[in-house]
Design a protein around this ligand. Sequence first.
Ligand SMILES: C[S@@+](CC[C@H](N)C(=O)[O-])C[C@H]1O[C@@H](n2cnc3c(N)ncnc32)[C@H](O)[C@@H]1O
Length: 322
Amino acid sequence: MKYLKDKETKELKVRLKWNIFESLREISSIEGKSFNYVVNELLSRILGNTGNKNNMDYYFKEKPNLVFNKKNIKLFHNDFIKVDLSEYMGKVNLLITSPPYNLSIEYGKHNDTLDYEDYLDFTEKWLRKSYELLADDGRICINIPLDKNKNGLKPIYADFVKVAKEIGFNYQSTIIWNEQNISKRTAWGSWLSSSAPYVIAPVEMIVVMYKKQWKRLNKGESTIDRDEFIEWTNGVWTFPGESKKRIGHPAPYPLELPRRCIRLFSYKNDLILDPFAGSGTTLISAYQEGRKAIGIEIDNNYINLSIERIKKELIQKTMLTT
Ligand SMILES: C[S@@+](CC[C@H](N)C(=O)[O-])C[C@H]1O[C@@H](n2cnc3c(N)ncnc32)[C@H](O)[C@@H]1O
């Protein structure tokens, strides 16, 4: 009798496990999310507030430190992953940024030499937070390298898209930014030999993805003209990069990059977010294009640099209009 009971319990357990597995698989197929994503979501709900990386409470802990707030531009001196931005949940129309690339760039506060797995973990954290802040028809334009060839070759772009899809972002397109960077090449691998040559593409990527739906839910005022629309919907953009020396930041992008993304992908008065504001380029561009902007930057020196640049822009605009 006891044997039978044990056998029944065992069978019941197996059936239960199988049912859970099947239900999770079904949810993942209905929702169009990966199996891992569904399991993670379930775990984070069961575990609650335990510091689990999928638990959203973890991402809204730090008090916002608003250091600039004028003319629809808000700049926060905080860690984007930790700062409490709950008032913006579901409100961001377009996120434009270039995150740290983990290429050993000497930023003041941020450690840019993480192990690759830790870098992907960091990527997952800031993308998960971004997902919560975006409106359902919100979009992201992320400027990242195609790959990394320092300390081991890594397909940064491909891994980035994979992480973003796991979180729930939908893929739209990729713009290839040809920076016309014709710096002297020295890393040939095996010179003039098929033994082990290196192929390096002197371009950067701008990944375009969205939260739930690509078509905007409400009508708005577009500010792009005919020629720009025709030229920029061709996914190879050619314009020069920005000088680090001129700006005073180790990795700025040129105003042209956010300007194109803003005009092509957002309406007038939309809310633009840059979680890694750096020298404030996105914020300046958003202001120039008649959008609202919020930026977050962890490093005090870059905060000061941003404020200086934004103030200069505001003064210039006032002088032009008076
Ligand atoms: C590639 S740079 C952005 C440059 C910017 N697009 C520009 O044009 O100046 C990345 C920036 O992210 C900042 N950063 C790194 N980790 C951060 C974090 N957790 N929260 C906020 N800012 C962070 C770095 O200090 C750096 O200024």
